[in-house]
Write a protein that binds this ligand. Structure first.
Ligand SMILES: NC(=O)c1ccc[n+]([C@@H]2O[C@H](COP(=O)([O-])OP(=O)(O)OC[C@H]3O[C@@H](n4cnc5c(N)ncnc54)[C@H](OP(=O)(O)O)[C@@H]3O)[C@@H](O)[C@H]2O)c1
Length: 410
């Protein structure tokens, strides 16, 4: 629903946090003049400082602690769209998402916490459908490059070859820093003991589409491998998030009669530095983190020595980062086509900030071009082409490499 009679177009909740501060600066610089927006958080003095640092004098202030559910409901009632970077979401996110679902307020976040989103789907999807709210988690580095990259290739195959897609595989290369907030969210996941949920390849699928197609080929890879099209690969630590989001997109599109393909499978990997040898180092590193974060003393050690919530990489580190995803899609008839998604800047910060802010602006300014939809959605099933175009305007690359050798933009 449009709700243009509400006093605010957009609320940025979490504006004092590491990513939230960058979002405030992005919106101050790139939002159209006339945007009626507010920065929100739990501490007025720090909010004032964040607003000043972002150069956003036109933004109003709202002081809200997410533990105060009445205050959260009142905030959500004021806005057309809520963008929240308050995390860990499993600790602080329920009231905000639930209020948006009930009140028909559109919502974007940057969570990567799949068990929390599963719980939110179970509790609030029907209310969001009834209220008309578009609730869109995963609007950061996880999982927009994966979700829009797959959608772009499936669309290309459908348009150019008139065929469904049997499989998409993706290889990520990424360079960037680590936020204290991200570590806190990862450790909170381990503390909550949601491992069985994390391991479910179809965790986010609607109940009537579980398991999804080809369960045996959808299991998470455990060791290094060599892909005929993508070369030496290792398991990617974000794949258990991104693959679940892509599979939910496929299931939602299928319910709309637009499925990717009857046997559609998506897998993603990391392109290890150092090729096949590096792949073993990646597996060992992931195993060490997994083992350490599984023990209370290991988590205490990580919390003590790693960045704290509110902290993150330096400006220079964030500017020097970047990511690239190489994708290969196999059509039902056996032909293959390749694609690429890439952007400069630290994935967890520069890239994530651009994606979530442009997603929020997309909900406000591109409504007429978005598919009619409500409920707990995914980036591809909510935004597709309009967000892809916005991200290209922000310097992202989305390219389909036509098999003849010519490159065609999506
Ligand atoms: N998808 C991605 O690629 C991606 C990338 C980066 C981060 N993330 C996720 O995004 C989240 C934020 O990351 P970050 O690095 O910005 O973390 P952060 O710096 O720790 O920021 C967390 C924010 O939440 C606020 N907050 C915490 N408890 C609150 C409460 N009870 N009421 C109101 N506000 C509260 C904090 O307010 P105070 O300032 O008052 O403490 C702060 O503004 C994390 O969950 C992280 O995992 C995802």
């Amino acid at each position: 629903m449009d709700h243009s009679d509400r006093p605010l177009d957009l609320v940025l909740l979490g504006a004092t946090g590491f990513v939230g501060r960058q979002c405030a600066a992005h919106l101050a610089r790139h939002a159209p003049p006339g945007l009626r927006w507010a920065v929100a958080g739990r501490d007025r003095a720090r909010l004032e400082a964040a607003r000043a640092a972002a150069g956003a004098p036109s933004a109003e202030l709202r002081v809200v602690d997410t533990a105060d559910t009445a205050a959260v409901e009142a905030l959500v009632a004021e806005a057309r769209v809520v963008l929240t970077t308050v995390g860990p979401y499993a600790k602080y996110g329920d009231a905000v998402l639930g209020a948006c679902a009930r009140q028909g307020t559109d919502y974007v976040d940057i969570t990567g916490e799949t068990p929390w989103v599963r719980r939110m789907i179970d509790q609030h999807h029907e209310a969001a459908v009834a209220s008309g709210a578009r609730i869109v988690p995963f609007c950061g580095f996880d999982s927009v490059p994966s979700d829009l990259g797959v959608w772009m290739l499936v669309e290309w195959v459908r348009t150019h070859w008139g065929e469904p897609v049997r499989e998409v595989r993706a290889a990520f290369s990424a360079k960037g820093g680590f936020n204290g907030g991200t570590l806190d969210s990862a450790l909170t996941l381990r503390e909550r003991g949601d491992l069985r949920m994390l391991a479910d390849p179809f965790l986010l699928n609607p109940a009537d589409r579980r398991p999804g197609p080809a369960p045996a080929r959808s299991k998470d890879p455990r060791g290094p491998l060599t892909d005929p099209a993508l070369g030496p690969l290792a398991p990617f630590f974000m794949a258990p998030v991104n693959t679940r989001v892509v599979r939910r997109s496929h299931a939602i599109f299928a319910a709309r009669g637009q499925d990717y393909g009857p046997d559609f499978v998506y897998q993603e990997y990391m392109r290890p530095p150092g090729g096949a040898v590096g792949a073993y180092a990646v597996v060992a590193g992931m195993g060490a983190f997994f083992a350490l974060s599984g023990k209370p003393w290991g988590r205490a050690l990580l919390r003590r020595f790693a960045p704290k919530p509110g902290e993150g990489p330096s400006e220079a580190q964030m500017d020097a980062g970047g990511f690239k995803v190489d994708l290969v899609a196999e059509a039902q008839g056996g032909r293959t086509v390749r694609g690429k998604v890439a952007a400069a800047g630290d994935p967890g910060n520069r890239v994530t900030t651009k994606i979530v802010c442009e997603a929020a602006l997309c909900l406000l300014y591109d409504r007429a071009a978005l598919p009619a939809a409500a409920g707990i959605l995914t980036p591809a099933t909510t935004f597709a082409a309009p967000l892809l175009a916005r991200l290209e305007a922000q310097g992202f690359t989305f390219v389909v490499k036509a098999p003849e050798g010519g490159a065609a933009s999506a």
